[in-house]
Design a protein around this ligand. Sequence first.
Ligand SMILES: C[S@@+](CC[C@H](N)C(=O)[O-])C[C@H]1O[C@@H](n2cnc3c(N)ncnc32)[C@H](O)[C@@H]1O
Length: 241
Amino acid sequence: MTLSHFQKLDKLKKYIYLLISNLLLFLIFPLIRLISKTYYEKNILPKLINFTCNSRPIDYQRKKVIPEAKGKVLEIGIGPGSNLKHYDTDKVISILGVDPSKELNTIAKKRADKNNLNIEFLIESASNLSVESESIDTVVSTYALCSIPEPNKTLQEIKRVLKKDGVFIFSEHGLSPDKSVSFVQNSTDFFYPKISGGCHTNRDIEKLLLENNFNLIEMNNIYLPGTQKFLGYNYWGKATV
Ligand SMILES: C[S@@+](CC[C@H](N)C(=O)[O-])C[C@H]1O[C@@H](n2cnc3c(N)ncnc32)[C@H](O)[C@@H]1O
């Protein structure tokens, strides 16, 4: 096979992936949820979140931020625990994983057992934390600020629990600066959160951080490769309080 054959095969694979993911996102999942919301949320959604959160481009992003965490760590919206394998055990003293989903916590606990971490889980909302003020060295959030119903309240909680010299590290997806992409993000927002566990693809993460008076030390953006653009505009970096 020549190089152009491989390129054609690669393009074909991308089209097939786009076709299948669009069919699932815009037809099959909404249909199943319409038939039974309880069945969808108990049996399909946790698997869908676990699957998408463990895609290769997202895992690549995790490696850029998670090894920076140190000391007493609080991870908000820890979900299925996909970051656990990336923590540097020489730098981290303990991890507090916060998420209201019991289904995802079951998956996270299995992952925690495989890693040598001092970890505790809190089944609660990150917008109302039962964590002592100024007690945390690093707060971590990956692909969670899109799904937490009250992002402003959550960011205020992050500021409250962080020590004065603490750091907030994040990798999130959100509003694209490109009009054609943000148009899709804004126009699908009436239904996409319903099939994705509350994920709003149109949140402007940088604006949210600045509005909540975080000092941005680092902010980077890319479209995640191999990911639909409306889902894949990524923000990652660090902020202090
Ligand atoms: C797309 S998943 C990301 C999970 C994980 N952070 C990761 O990187 O794989 C979004 C997560 O936000 C969690 N979430 C939703 N509402 C929340 C809230 N009020 N407080 C904390 N986490 C919440 C969901 O349960 C889910 O685990």
